[in-house]
Design a protein. Structure first.
Length: 396
């Protein structure tokens, strides 16, 4: 049976002028930005076409029944039905950018020089936003167990110092693809209470989880500290609409929201345009079958990538991600004389994510995006394998 998730050809992708496909000139194949190479979900495309036909380009309607209220209600309904979490629409802010939301939370709940506890390797934007806010990274490296990456909760506790104010958690984790459960995070509530911390939980990849793993919002896992948790969520990753700029920021209590509002004027956050709101509503209200099909396609690509690397380039180590469409590839056994990012860009024409940007644990890694057609994915793998074999031939 044909999938409802439609592939897009390389020529079409290059014409669209997205950041992903213009960072490197052809013939380099881009494989870093978290953007998918699939056609827009039909219910989103239809909603946007309807909006254009009606010329809905004016200011957003305010008040009851308006787009903002509809979106916070749709968010709460999705959290309840999909994740079993009772999110409060009245404690939800609609905004255009989750990195901006992260930055605002850092400014609201800490002072310059304060520490932000962050698992490493980490999404590069988190490292940048902490530095730009004048805060410092309190790093906690994840452990390589030989079977995958795990949180080091003893290291987590030891890293916290007297100036640490915030825990910034990527849940599911980017770039390792780990899905954390209650056991993984069991020590978190006591640490949060003991050190009076605020937790910012970025859950943008929550929809892209592979069975048998299951995502639970952090506030649902630990309701006893929900009043200290800010949850970030969006349809932009799971429905591939990052350019439409829409997300939500949920606060676990009225007190937490009041503290935020006391430091961050709402107008500094801005708000998304009508297109982003309508696309998100279409995704959350009608898009779950498409999203389910997408996860199936991504899982097939993940397993295909894993199998081919194991058979044809076993020196590159990959653990199957439990979520996301991003593979975190350990290239340390290749014995390269240059960073892996540079090697594969120059020798393979594959523009992967540079592991150095994810913090020191990533120096010998690249991040590879497998959310693409099988043809493009195999082209990437062919190039990587050929480059590795060429390296071996030179040494021989």
């Amino acid at each position: 049976m044909q999938s409802i998730v439609e592939d897009l050809a390389e020529e079409f992708l290059r014409r669209r002028q997205s950041n992903k496909w213009t960072t490197h000139a052809a013939p380099v194949l881009p494989s870093n930005p978290a953007e998918m190479d699939f056609a827009t979900a039909p219910m989103i495309q239809a909603r946007l076409e309807e909006m254009v036909a009606e010329q809905r380009y004016g200011y957003l309607m305010k008040g009851p029944g308006g787009p903002l209220e509809r979106l916070t209600s749709a968010f709460a309904a999705r959290m309840r039905h999909k994740f079993g979490w009772a999110a409060d629409p009245d404690l939800t802010i609609v905004l255009s950018d989750l990195v901006q939301a992260t930055s605002a939370a850092l400014v609201a709940f800490s002072e310059p020089g304060d520490g932000v506890l962050l698992q490493l390797p980490s999404y590069p934007a988190f490292l940048r936003v902490i530095a730009e806010a004048g805060r410092r990274v309190v790093g906690n490296e994840m452990r390589d167990t030989g079977a995958g990456f795990a949180l080091d909760m003893a290291g987590f506790a030891a890293a916290i110092d007297s100036g640490t104010r915030i825990v910034l958690l990527c849940h599911p984790q980017n770039p390792t693809g780990r899905v954390f459960d209650k056991t993984d995070l069991a020590a978190l509530p006591d640490l949060v209470r003991q050190h009076d911390l605020v937790v910012v939980s970025d859950e943008i990849h929550a929809d892209l989880v592979y069975a048998p793993r299951r995502h639970r919002p952090l506030a649902a896992l630990f309701p006893d500290i929900a009043d200290r948790i800010i949850t970030l969520y969006s349809a932009t990753k799971s429905f591939n609409i990052p350019g439409l700029r829409c997300g939500v920021m949920h606060f676990g209590s009225h007190d937490l929201l009041a503290r935020f509002d006391a430091r961050i004027p709402r107008r500094l956050l801005g708000s998304p345009g009508i297109a982003g709101i309508e696309a998100t509503l279409a995704a959350w209200e009608k898009g779950q079958p498409w999203c389910d099909a997408l996860v199936h396609e991504l899982e097939r690509n993940r397993d295909h990538l894993l199998a081919r690397l194991a058979a044809e380039a076993p020196a590159i180590r990959m653990y199957a991600p439990e979520a996301t469409y991003l593979a975190w590839l350990d290239c340390s056994r290749l014995g390269l004389s240059m960073p892996p990012y540079e090697f594969f860009l120059e020798r393979a024409g594959v523009g992967a994510g540079d592991g150095r940007n994810f913090g020191p644990p990533g120096d010998n890694f690249i991040r590879l995006n497998f959310a693409t057609s099988r043809a493009i994915l195999d082209n990437k793998i062919d190039r990587i394998v050929e480059a590795v074999r060429g390296l071996n031939d030179i040494r021989a």
